[in-house]
Design a protein around this ligand. Structure first.
Ligand SMILES: Cc1cc2nc3c(=O)[nH]c(=O)nc-3n(C[C@H](O)[C@H](O)[C@H](O)COP(=O)(O)OP(=O)(O)OC[C@H]3O[C@@H](n4cnc5c(N)ncnc54)[C@H](O)[C@@H]3O)c2cc1C
Ligand code: HEM
Length: 370
C-alpha cells in the first residue's frame, strides 16, 4: 500500500472543504436510506468530526502504535450509536465514491485499490474492538439526575446515579445523550473521583446556540433519565510521577481537574497541588466556595482564583490564566494538567513551555474543536 499516495490524495480532496462531507453523507443516505435515522438531524457537528478523524487516521497510517489504540477506541465508542459490522461496507462504499468524485482526473485504479484495502483494515480493527468491548461492558449506561443546582443562569452542577457501575479514571469524560435531543451525543467530564455509590457529578456551561447544553443547564430536573457512553480521555492523574502538581482550569474545565484533585486527596501522601481556577467574571467562579473549603482542610492544596474581565476582588487575581499562572512562579518541576476552551489551553500551554516545562509534563483537554 502506498501510504504517501493516500495522504496526498486525502489532502487534495480535503481542499474542497464542507462539500466533501456533504457529498459523502448524501451518497450514504441515498444508497442506504435506513441509515439516516442513526444520525442526528442537524449534522454539522458530526460532519467535520468524521472527516477530521479520517484525516488523523490517514496522517498516522505509518505510525501504527499511535493509530491502533485510537481506532480501537473509536470502534468501541461506535457501539452507543447502534453501529454494527454490516454497516461498515456501506460507509466504505460511499467513502470511496466521495474520494473518487473529488479526485477527478487524479483518480487511478491503484488509488481505488489502496483506499479499499486501507478502509477494510480500518473497519476490521473497529469491528473487532467493538466485539471485544461488548464482552466486557454495555454499549451505554442509563443514569438518573438526582440533584441539579444552577449556580448562575448559564452554569449547572448536577449529580447523576448510573444503573450499573461505570468504571472510569479521574480526568475522563463520557458522551451524554438527553431524550430531548436524540442522537446528539456531547462529551462531559466527571467532576469526581470514582465513588462506590455510582454517583457522578458534572459541571455544564450553556453554550449560546448549542442544542444540548441549554437542555442540561436550564431544563434538566431530578428524576430525568440520560444515557452515558463509555469513558474516554487520557488527561488522567500520573500517580507514579511523584512530582508536585499544577492544575489550571478555565470555567467548567474545572470538572476533570476537580476529579483529579479528589483522586490526589485519596493518596496516603498527596503531593503539593496548586489549582488555578479562572473565569471572565467573578460570578463565573461557580465552585470557588467548595474549593476554598477543601483548601482549608488540606495543607497540601493552594487554590488561586483569577478573573480576566471583572476587577478582581478578595483573593482573586487579575488576568487571563496563562499570565496569572506565569506570575506565580516556576513550574519546571511540576506535572501540569490544563483544561478549558481551546484558546485558554493553547495560551496556558505556551506560557508553561516558555517557563521551561516540557510538553511531556503537560496533559490537557480541550472542550471544543480548535
Ligand atoms: C472531552 C470533552 C469534555 C467536555 N467536558 C465538558 C464539561 O465537563 N462541561 C462542559 O460544560 N462542557 C464540556 N465539553 C463541551 C461539551 O461537549 C459541549 O460541546 C458543550 O456543552 C456545548 O454543547 P451544545 O450541544 O450546546 O453545543 P455544540 O454543538 O457542542 O457546540 C456549539 C459550538 O460551541 C463550541 N463550544 C462548545 N463548548 C465550548 C466551550 N466550552 N468553549 C468554547 N466553545 C465551545 C463548539 O465547538 C461548537 O462550535 C466537553 C467537550 C469535550 C470534547
Ligand atoms: C472507518 C470508519 C469510521 C470512522 C473513522 C468514523 C468516525 C466517526 C467519528 C470521529 C465520530 C464522532 C464521534 C464522537 O464525537 O464521539 C463518528 C460518529 C458517528 N458515526 Fe462514525 N466512523 C466510522 C464508521 C461509521 C460507520 C460504519 C457507521 C454506521 C453507519 C458510523 C456511524 C456514526 C454515527 C451514527 C455517529 C454519530 C453521529 C451523530 O452525532 O449524529 N460510523 N464517527
Amino acid at each position: 500500500m502506498d501510504a504517501q499516495g493516500l495522504k496526498d490524495n486525502f489532502a487534495q480532496v480535503a481542499q474542497h472543504g464542507d462539500a466533501v462531507a456533504l457529498f459523502f453523507y448524501s451518497d450514504l443516505f441515498l444508497r442506504n436510506p435506513g441509515l439516516r435515522e442513526m444520525f442526528s438531524i442537524g449534522m454539522s457537528h458530526q460532519r467535520d468530526r468524521l472527516l477530521s478523524a479520517l484525516g488523523r487516521i490517514v496522517a498516522q497510517v505509518d505510525n501504527l502504535p499511535e493509530l491502533v489504540p485510537f481506532v480501537r477506541q473509536l470502534g468501541a465508542d461506535h457501539r452507543k450509536f447502534g453501529v454494527e459490522a454490516l454497516h461498515y461496507p456501506e460507509v466504505g462504499q460511499s467513502l470511496v465514491a466521495t474520494l473518487r468524485y473529488f479526485s477527478g482526473a487524479a483518480w487511478t485504479e491503484a488509488l481505488a485499490r489502496d483506499w479499499t484495502d486501507a478502509y477494510t483494515l480500518l473497519a476490521k480493527v473497529m469491528v473487532e474492538a467493538a466485539e471485544e468491548d461488548a464482552k466486557q461492558r454495555p454499549a451505554w449506561w442509563n443514569a438518573r439526575v438526582i440533584a441539579h443546582e444552577r449556580r448562575r443562569f448559564d452554569l449547572a452542577v448536577m449529580r447523576l446515579v448510573t444503573d450499573r457501575p461505570l468504571p472510569f479514571q479521574a480526568g475522563q469524560s463520557v458522551a451524554v445523550e438527553v431524550p430531548a435531543r436524540p442522537r446528539m451525543w456531547r462529551y462531559y467530564s466527571m467532576a469526581n473521583a470514582p465513588r462506590p455509590d455510582n454517583t457522578l457529578d458534572f459541571h455544564v456551561r450553556l453554550i449560546d446556540g448549542g442544542p444540548v447544553s441549554p437542555v442540561l443547564v436550564r431544563a434538566a430536573v431530578p428524576g430525568d433519565w440520560l444515557k452515558l457512553g463509555p469513558p474516554v480521555g487520557t488527561m488522567t492523574f500520573d500517580e507514579r510521577s511523584g512530582r508536585d502538581v499544577l492544575l489550571v482550569a478555565g470555567s467548567t474545565g474545572l470538572a476533570p481537574l476537580k476529579a483529579i484533585l479528589e483522586r490526589i486527596a485519596l493518596s496516603p501522601a498527596p503531593p503539593r497541588v496548586h489549582l488555578f481556577f479562572g473565569a471572565r467574571t467573578t460570578d463565573g467562579l461557580y465552585d470557588l466556595d467548595d474549593l476554598t473549603k477543601r483548601a482549608a482542610g488540606s495543607p497540601w492544596l493552594t487554590v488561586v482564583p483569577a478573573v480576566s474581565d471583572d476587577r478582581a476582588e478578595g483573593t482573586a487575581e487579575q488576568g487571563v490564566l496563562a499570565d496569572v499562572v506565569a506570575r506565580h512562579g516556576l513550574w519546571r518541576d511540576h506535572d501540569a494538567y490544563v483544561c478549558g476552551s481551546p484558546a485558554m489551553v493553547d495560551a496556558t500551554t505556551e506560557s508553561l513551555v516558555r517557563l521551561g516545562l516540557g510538553t511531556d509534563r503537560i496533559r490537557s483537554d480541550k472542550f471544543a474543536d480548535a
